[in-house]
Design a protein around this ligand. Structure first.
Ligand code: ADP
Ligand code: MG
Length: 480
């Protein structure tokens, strides 16, 4: 397949649905909280009863504008809502209120690892309900499916990219950055597994150098970043095979099956006219004043790219900066620590080292541990003042995460403070040398790398509490 790949260029555009974290639904007063008892958040509006009227949720619009601004979009002065007709058991109205030709955001872009990916548009719409199929959790052994309409009417922002991506890796990078952004601006929790962020990948191939895009297939049902990449890779090979055999790729929607590691045809792809879009008669077009846009712009928090750059300007490597930004909880914690004036270098070593390892092991978020930014800063200051060594710091940080104790308390209780008293260190160093005459003469005969051995012995004697710099100096004094 590898050499065949060289003959073709891959074209990818993503449609990403982000569930907006509003308290209530986009056109109804029901709550949007996940995990409620099935069909408990179902007002007559959500159920699509005849004669009810939708009322637009302003918070959903605010979040749409904020996302648009974060994605460098224009926010037109006017947008409107349209009906998109479907028949589906989880859509009782028989149509979805969406935005067709006048969306809330247009003409944006995102810089992803140095490449500019165009964003055609982003529009507001309502989510459908959920079908719980025969045999699923809670329906074991059943031969029927049930409908849960709690999700119906949850606000979504659909973000449509230009067909600007050329590899599965670029698509994944774009999706990851988009996820970072919606999380940092607080509009979506960006959880692919739970479906609060969903991605349809449009993929086509064309002969290298061609100007004309091939026919695309749309892949649904990818619920992790790695699945997205796998699905795209599979689809590229599938399309190349068809074309190589003289066939034609058909425009269709395909479902990714991550267990079988393949896509399967779901349905022929509809064209816009199949949906019979028309302006929603129950909602006025929406005027968005420039003052409104500026009010929202003023609330824009620091975006992931700016955060990475700021961390790098503090001396973090690009890799460390990216890893911290990927984990929003850690980044916000790190920012608190920086605000309190701690040394970024030492803080990063703890965060990327012992703290990250503990979080990974326990599957906790940093704010689910008992470590506070203040306590980490205190620990760092003990290291900077040479009260304790870095090593002792690493030994006690886990306890600080577990029980919330302060570093100074642990140090005092366990007698861990660093021995910088040269007299005391000298005594121990002399003892170590006396106990190891063979190593001493070897050292004196030129085997200077044995210094590490002596340092290790002194550290062992002092249970890691001796100031390593002082130990080195004193040992050299004795041995040289
Ligand atoms: P629809 O709404 O019917 O899915 P759009 O024209 O809005 O169709 O396009 C949806 C997505 O498909 C966009 O992200 C776009 O970039 C992408 N796309 C369009 N044409 C192609 C193509 N030939 N190959 C890959 N992606 C494409
Ligand atoms: Mg589509």
């Amino acid at each position: 397949m590898e050499d065949l790949r060289d003959k073709y260029e891959v074209v990818i555009g993503l449609e990403v649905h982000a569930q907006l974290k509003t308290k209530s639904k986009i056109f109804a007063p029901d709550g949007c909280e996940f995990g409620k008892e099935p069909n408990s958040e179902t007002s007559p509006i959500t159920l699509g009863m005849p004669g009810v009227l939708p009322v637009l949720n302003k918070e959903a619009v605010n979040m749409g504008i904020l996302t648009g601004l974060a994605l460098n979009c224009e926010i037109p002065e006017r947008c409107k809502f349209d009906r998109k007709q479907y028949f589906y058991p989880d859509l009782p109205k028989g149509y979805q209120i969406s935005q067709y030709d006048e969306p809330i955001c247009v003409n944006g872009y995102l810089n992803v690892k140095g490449k500019k990916i165009g964003i055609t548009r982003a529009h507001l719409e309502e989510d459908a309900g959920k079908l719980v199929h025969a045999g699923a959790d809670g329906l074991a052994g059943s031969s029927y499916s049930l409908v849960d309409l709690n999700r119906a009417g949850t606000p979504l922002l659909e973000i449509v990219s230009e067909p600007d991506m050329r590899s599965s890796e670029e698509a994944r990078n774009y999706m990851e950055e988009l996820r970072n952004i919606v999380r940092y601006i607080g509009v979506c929790d960006g959880n692919l597994e739970e479906g609060s962020m969903r991605c349809d990948a449009n993929i086509s191939i064309m002969p290298k150098g061609s100007k004309e895009f091939g026919t695309r297939a749309e892949i649904k049902n990818v619920n992790s970043f790695s699945a997205l990449q796998r699905a795209i890779e599979y689809e590229i090979d599938r399309q190349i095979e068809i074309v190589e055999e003289g066939g034609k790729v058909v425009q269709e929607t395909r479902l990714w099956d991550d267990n079988a590691r393949e896509t399967k045809s779901m349905r022929g792809k509809e064209d816009a006219h199949d949906y019979r879009y028309f302006p929603e008669p129950d909602l006025m077009p929406l005027k968005i004043s420039r003052e409104w846009v500026e009010e929202i712009r003023a609330k824009m928090p620091e975006l992931p790219q700016a955060k990475r750059e700021r961390y790098m300007s503090l001396g973090l490597s690009e890799y460390d900066a990216s890893v911290i930004v990927e984990q929003m909880g850690l980044a916000l914690f790190f920012d608190e620590v920086l605000k309190l004036g701690a040394s970024p270098k030492i803080a990063v070593n703890f965060i990327m080292g012992e703290i990250a390892a503990y979080l990974k092991e326990t599957k906790l978020e940093i704010n689910e541990t008992k470590l506070t930014p203040e306590n980490l800063v205190e620990l760092i200051s003990l290291i900077e003042k040479n009260t304790i060594s870095n090593n002792i710091g690493k030994q006690i940080i886990v306890d600080m995460m577990k029980d919330g104790s302060k570093a100074s308390e642990i140090v005092e209780k366990r007698g861990l403070s660093q021995i910088s008293d040269t007299g005391a260190i000298k005594e121990i160093a002399q003892k170590v040398c006396d106990a190891n005459p063979a190593q001493v003469s070897a050292y004196k005969n030129g085997k200077v790398q044995l210094l590490g051995f002596f340092v290790g012995q002194v550290m062992k004697e002092t249970k890691g509490r001796a100031n390593p710099k002082a130990v080195n100096e004193i040992l050299k004094e004795i041995l040289d």
